[in-house]
Design a protein around this ligand. Structure first.
Ligand code: PNS
Length: 162
């Protein structure tokens, strides 16, 4: 069984992430979406909320071979734990490349049996990021272009300003 891990903060999940989930889920028997619980970051949504939002958008898409999990360990250790020998990441622009390249090399050193593959983002999602979504929502802007309908309200409520 071919298992891949798609890790990230998903704070919150966006159409860009969903596009990677959709495409990767077609290539592997099982795709584990791993939500990173990084103590150095202060996310806007709890681990449970982030996982729940992913679960809902994946279900709404009718994708059935995706599992949602979370980890506090090193990424490669979590990949090994869930039986994944492929790590999937999305690449939006050249600006993402250096960090992603460095991380994939380091991960390969740490665990030579685990490969990282990249999905280039589709043009319409090129500029979407979780940070951008939060910035727009915090100014009462329209985020419907960036995130699936099922989680728009969750985000608006979190950033609602009077
Ligand atoms: O969506 P993000 O915030 O870019 O994801 C970053 C991610 C998931 C790679 C990172 O938070 C993570 O997995 N951290 C765990 C520590 C780790 O393994 N880092 C990479 C070692 S080179």
């Amino acid at each position: 069984m071919k298992i891949a891990l798609y890790p990230g903060s998903f704070d919150p999940v966006t159409y860009g992430h969903l596009d990677v989930i959709r495409r990767a889920s077609k290539l592997f028997d099982k795709l584990v979406v791993g939500v990173s619980n990084n103590p150095k970051k202060t996310p806007s949504f709890t681990l449970d909320e982030r996982q729940d939002m992913i679960r809902r958008v994946v279900a709404a898409e009718g994708i059935t071979n995706v599992e949602i999990g979370s980890y506090t360990s090193l990424l490669v250790d979590y990949a090994a734990q869930v039986g994944a020998n492929v790590i999937v990441r999305g690449l939006r622009a050249v600006s993402d490349f250096e960090y992603e390249f460095q991380m994939s090399l380091a991960n390969h050193q740490l665990h030579p049996d685990i490969e990282t593959i990249f999905f280039n983002t589709q043009e319409r999602n090129l500029y979407i990021s979780s940070s951008l979504v939060k910035e727009i929502a915090s100014h009462n802007g329209d985020i419907t272009r960036f995130v699936p309908p099922g989680i728009v309200e969750d985000i608006q409520n979190r950033f609602k300003t009077l």
